[in-house]
Design a protein around this ligand. Structure first.
Ligand code: 0X9
Ligand code: CA
Ligand code: ZN
Length: 324
């Protein structure tokens, strides 16, 4: 494959400009808020997309998170694609119009803006994964945010206790400010004792996979994950995979992880959380750095999967014929 350059992708700053332009162009549909700051002080933003966006309506909420891992730049492009698709489709595409009339959609385009910036600021990619937080007693920088979530943290050999490791879990759950900011945002969506967010995708690269909990155990069912839960995860996961050609599986079938986002989202918040591993399928497609020429195709490839999740988000158990 053709080599990619940092300039093939949006920077954190140019991502912010795209979001601001969408808010300016579609003020009734899009709003942006700063939900907290990264270790180095960058704003972590959440973008809301819904009809009557200024009103907190009693509608199912769906969250899309992107760029926990610094070098996975295609995931930020995915957020901007979704924002463009939803805003341009409102009023012209019947399906998108219906969804924005009945759902509240949250996009966090960059969970790890410091890592993203570090990965590209020199003009050459650095293959950086973690955040940019120093570690006490070590010269090694960074926590793997996707091992830093507060459920079964460090339980099961699916993360490292060494600061120098690419999968360093951090000093404690939510020790990464970026993890804590996103977790606090999710907790803030509990209204009247009920978590408003029902479904979630955390976008990563690469592998072309759709993964569901748990990651900490190979068991298909476990405390807090019944056979019906598992079956609903699999039914919607397979439907999404049928649309994009990704491989659907339980996340531990890839490898065991502990402290990853999906296990926390499900176990602690009851949110149907999927991890997407985007293009390419293997390193030969460019690994973490596919050429910019594939961005349009590989983001649009997930259009239908995103719509499928939005449509199912009011009752995920309908997918297994067990609508309440
Ligand atoms: O290891 C990760 O955090 C994810 N893969 S990546 O190459 N983007 O780093 C996969 C996490 C999925 N969860 C589990 N396998 N349990
Ligand atoms: Ca609304
Ligand atoms: Zn990743």
């Amino acid at each position: 494959v053709q080599a990619a350059a940092p300039s093939d992708y949006h920077t954190y700053e140019s991502m912010r400009a795209v979001v601001d332009a969408a808010v300016a162009r579609h003020p009734d549909l899009v709003s942006s808020q700063v939900i907290g700051r990264s270790h180095e002080g960058r704003d972590i933003i959440a973008v809301k997309v819904s009809a009557d966006v200024a009103v907190d309506e009693d509608e199912p909420e769906i969250l899309f998170t992107h760029n926990q891992h610094a070098r996975e730049h295609l995931t930020v492009e995915m957020a901007l694609y979704t924002l463009e698709e939803l805003t341009s489709g409102y009023g012209s595409d019947a399906r998108i119009t219906r969804l924005l009339d009945t759902r509240e959609i949250w996009l966090i385009p960059s969970v790890n803006p410091d890592g993203k910036t570090y990965d590209t600021e020199s003009g050459a990619f650095r293959s950086w994964r973690k955040n940019r937080q120093p570690n006490a007693g070590s010269s090694a920088i960074g926590t793997d945010l996707n091992r830093n979530w507060d459920y079964m943290w460090g339980c099961c050999g699916g993360s490292s206790g060494s600061a120098s490791s690419a999968t360093y879990r951090g000093a404690a759950p939510e020790s990464g400010p970026e993890t804590r900011v996103v977790a606090d945002f999710v907790r803030s969506r509990v209204v009247g004792g009920e978590q408003q967010i029902t479904a979630h995708i955390d976008f990563h690269t690469y592998g072309e996979l759709i993964l569901w909990p748990y990651g900490y155990t190979y068991a298909d069912t476990a405390p807090g994950l019944t056979a019906d839960d598992r079956d609903a995860f699999a039914a919607v996961g397979r439907a999404m995979a049928a649309s994009n050609g990704y491989t659907p599986q339980q996340s531990s079938d890839l490898y065991i992880t502990d402290g990853s986002i999906g296990d926390w989202m499900w176990a602690e918040e009851g949110i149907f959380s999927y991890t997407f591993e985007m293009y390419p399928r293997s390193a030969s497609g460019g690994g973490f750095y596919p050429p910019g020429s594939v961005i349009d195709r590989e983001t649009a490839r997930n259009r239908e999967a995103v719509l499928i999740l939005l449509e199912n988000a009011d009752c995920m158990y309908r997918s297994i014929g067990k609508e309440a």
